[in-house]
Write a protein that binds this ligand. Sequence first.
Ligand SMILES: *Cc1c(COP(=O)(O)O)cnc(C)c1O
Length: 419
Amino acid sequence: MSKHSPIWHPFTQHAVLTEMAKITGGSGAYLTKDDGEKLLDAIASWWVVTHGHCHPHVIGAIKEQAEKLDQVIFAGHTHEPAERLAQQLLKCTPHGLDYVFFSDSGSTSVEVALKMALGYWHHLGENRQRIVVMENSYHGDTIGTMSVGERGVFNQPYNPLLFDVAKVPFPTAGNEQTTIDELEKLCVQGDVAAFIVEPLVLGAGGMLMYSAETLRALYEVCKKHNVLFIADEVMTGWGRTGKMFACEHAQITPDIACYSKGLTGGSLPLAVTMCSSAIYDEHYSMDRSKTFFHSSSYTANPIACAAAVANLEIWENEPVYDRIAKLMQMQSAGLARFKDDGRFTNIRQTGTIAAMDINVKDHGYLSDVGPRLYEFFKSKNLLLRPLGNTLYSMPPYCVTQGDIDQIYDAIAEAADELL
Ligand SMILES: *Cc1c(COP(=O)(O)O)cnc(C)c1O
C-alpha cells in the first residue's frame, strides 16, 4: 500500500482500491500518469470532456479571463462572459428556453430545476407538489437529487431523509406504452408538479436507452395535463447522443432543462438550468417573497463562463459534428464485433455512447466483475470503468480509429481472460 493519503475519493471504497492512479497531464483523448505512461480516456473523465483534454481554445480563454476578473458576486452584478454565454445558449438550445440560471454542478442544476417547478406552482396558487420520476434514473448525489433518483445501495443510509416521489417504469423495448400509460395515470390526479427525466439515455442507471418517439410521447402526456417537463441533459447534452441535445431527436422543448458536464468542454465546473418565460414570469413580481431564493457562492464564475463561451466557439468553428458522425460509425463497428458473442448481451448505442452488458449471474453495481475488468483495463492503459456489469465507452470526440480499436481489442481480451 502506498503512503497513506488524507483524501477521501468519490465513489471509491478505500479498503478495496488502495492505490490511486496519479495523473499529471491531459491532452486530447489521453491522460498522462506520473510514470510517463499514457492512458486512453474512454469515458471522457466521467462524461465531461467533449473535444478533448486541454483544448487550446478553452485553455486560452481561461487564461485570458483569469487575468481580467476571477470572481464577482452575481446577485445584482453581471459580467461579459455570463452575458455572452447566455446569448449563445439561447441560440443553441431548443427554442422556448428563454432564461438561464447559473450554478456549478449537475446536481445543483437539478436542485434548481426542482425549486423552479415547485416555486412556479406555489406562486400560481395551485397545490401541485408531486414529482414523477423514471425507474433507474440518476440526477445527482445531494439529498434532493437522490430523492428523484433510483433508490438502492447508493442511498440506503439516507433513505429516511429522501422525499417521496411517484415513479413510472423504465420503457424497455416493447413495453413503452406501459410507461406512457403509467405517466398518464399519475398526471390525471392533478397534483403532479413536474416529471423529470434523462432524455434517451439513463446514464448512471446503466446506460439504459429508449427511443425518441417514447420521449416525445411522455412529453405529450405532460403537456396534455399541464405537468412541467424537466429534461436532465447533464450527461446527454453537448453532442453525446449525436445531436447537440437529446431533446432535439424528439423535437421537444422542455419547460426546464439542466445542462452541465460538457458545458465548459469538460474543463471547469459550471451548470445552467434553463426555463420557459412562463416559469420566470411567475417569479417576476414587486412582491419580494416571489424572488427565486437560490444561489451558490460561485454562481456564474467568470472564468468558468469564459471556458463555456470558448466551448461553444469550438462547436461553431471546428467540424465537431463530423467528428461525432465518425465516432458514431466507429462505435457501431466496434460493437458489431460482439453481436454473436454469448458473453455479452444488450448491445446498444445512442449517438456516441456505446454499451453492452456482461452476461453474468451476479448483476448490479456491486457485482465483482466490474472492479476486475477495471483493473484489467488499467493494465492496458485504458480508462474504462464498468457500471456494475455494464461496459460502456463514451470517449471525447477527438478519438481516432486506433483509439477505438484499442478499446474493443481490450474488451475482447478481457472477455477471454476474465469471463
Ligand atoms: C452526472 C449527472 C448529474 C450530476 O452532476 P454532477 O455534476 O456530478 O453533480 C445529474 N444528472 C445526470 C443525468 C448526470 O449524468
